[in-house]
Design a protein around this ligand. Structure first.
Ligand SMILES: *Cc1c(COP(=O)(O)O)cnc(C)c1O
Length: 231
């Protein structure tokens, strides 16, 4: 068996190669796409191995699990992204321990995060999670309510609104995969025409990152293709 760091080096290199290829395919600069390693259910040791081969950005879904790992890895200069469902009673820990939040979907949570962001920390980087047509049941702001939420978040002092995020259901074919990503990009462009200056689209995972990059993803969130199947 290969030692763990070599396995992660290989997995990361092949994901980066997919990103580069997908970007070239549509004439984009691969350097404009950030790889976010989604580490839910992975031990701190796996994150350390991946960090050792150059990975900086890590995403976590479950707060309690994440806080343990963040503490254990505080000797490393990692950037932590919260990508799980946000609950009001957990917002203080998110505001204190993460640099990015991808899943803001209501004013109440946004106001709490801003109030709870420690004064000595830089503003919390915020993405609004959008619930697209076919994402019934999950979190996310409805497209018709997006402009109001964006205006609210942009006005909060300790938050910096950077863009949008979505989690479409898995689809097999290319055109089907691209549709929700196109929708999200158009929503972002609409906000920018209305005066925002948003630069971030968090979309695409292990199975569909090529489709997301074709539609303008600037952060792809990848778990399985880096760490292997989750239990
Ligand atoms: C788990 C998860 C991912 C990564 O999914 P993979 O298919 O394992 O790459 C990305 N985004 C969110 C919000 C997730 O919960």
């Amino acid at each position: 068996m290969l030692p763990a760091p070599q396995i992660y080096a290989d997995a990361r290199a092949s994901v980066l190669a997919r990103i580069t290829e997908a970007a070239r395919e549509v004439g984009r600069d691969p350097a404009a796409i950030r790889l976010l390693a989604v580490a839910k259910q992975q031990p701190a040791a796996a994150i350390r191995d991946l960090a050792a081969v150059g990975q900086v950005d890590f995403g976590e879904n479950y707060l309690q699990e994440a806080l343990g790992k963040i503490k254990e890895l505080q000797d490393l200069p990692l950037i932590w992204h919260f990508i799980g469902q946000l609950q009001s009673n957990k917002s203080a820990d998110v505001a204190a321990h993460f640099q990015w939040v991808h899943t803001v979907d209501r004013e109440r949570i946004a106001r709490r995060l801003s109030a709870q962001r420690p004064y000595h920390a830089p503003p919390l980087q915020v993405l609004l999670q959008v619930k697209l047509e076919d994402e019934a049941g999950k979190g996310g702001v409805e497209p018709h309510a997006l402009a109001d939420l964006a205006a609210c978040v942009a006005g909060l002092p300790r938050l910096r609104l950077r863009g949008l995020m979505c989690i479409p259901p898995p689809r097999s074919s290319g055109p089907e995969q691209r549709r929700p990503f196109l929708q999200l990009r158009e929503l972002l462009e609409g906000l920018n025409r209305a005066g925002h200056a948003l630069d971030t689209l968090s979309m695409g995972m292990s199975a569909d990152l090529e489709a997301a990059i074709a539609e303008g993803a600037t952060i792809v969130r990848v778990g399985t293709a880096l760490f292997g199947e989750r239990r």
